[in-house]
Design a protein around this ligand. Structure first.
Ligand code: GRF
Length: 188
């Protein structure tokens, strides 16, 4: 049986599109759901165009974390999701949620982890005079951008790079790294 994959996004969803098209082509997994915490995420339309079910679950300031986790878990259960791939999802998942899904969530981060966890990775790497940037796919644990790294792609930083020019090259590398890591991870 092909496992069902849930992909969490907040924005553009270019990694999500790369994951879905690869899964559809290679057949090792089924893209069961794309979930966004942002109703305006451009990726939602792209998922629908690919024929994948979508859900919007905004994080309200009113409800408790337990309520949010319960909603998340019920949407995932409805689609019988087995594994979760975070692809530009800007919410930090609760420790309880990560524990429930231990070892079943992966993420892509635009740096050579463990360097440059968090935001603005390319600007920070350029400011620090780094010669290399890159992207990493890792297992999600409670601590932000911290779980075991499954694979990375290294990208040279050129003398005249800005965070925009660098991020374009890294994003292109993400689109080939993430699907291939997902496939090997699913295949054990
Ligand atoms: C990517 O750079 C990813 O590494 C980071 O957020 C960005 C998402 O881009 N976590 P997209 O939505 O996949 O285009």
């Amino acid at each position: 049986m092909r496992p069902n994959i849930g992909i969490f996004i907040s924005g553009n969803g270019s990694n999500m599109v790369a994951l879905i098209t690869h899964m559809m082509r290679e057949g090792y997994a089924h893209p069961a759901l794309v979930l966004s915490d942002q109703s305006a995420a451009a990726g939602l339309r792209k998922a629908q165009d690919l024929g994948v079910a979508t859900a919007i679950l905004p994080k309200s300031t009113k409800g408790s974390q337990e309520e949010y986790d319960a909603k998340l878990n019920s949407v995932l259960a409805e689609k019988a999701v087995d594994y979760i791939a975070l692809a530009g999802f800007m919410q930090i998942l609760s420790p309880q949620f990560v524990t429930k899904w231990a070892g079943k969530i992966i993420n892509i981060h635009p740096s050579l982890l463990p360097a440059y966890k968090g935001l603005h990775t390319h600007a920070r790497a350029i400011a620090a005079g780094e010669k290399e940037a890159g992207c990493s796919v890792h297992i999600v644990t409670e601590a932000l951008d911290d779980g075991p790294v499954l694979d990375q792609t290294r990208i040279p930083i050129h003398a005249h790079d800005t965070s925009e020019t660098l991020s374009k090259r890294v994003l292109a590398a993400e689109h080939s790294l993430y699907p291939s890591v997902l496939q090997s991870w699913i295949n054990g």
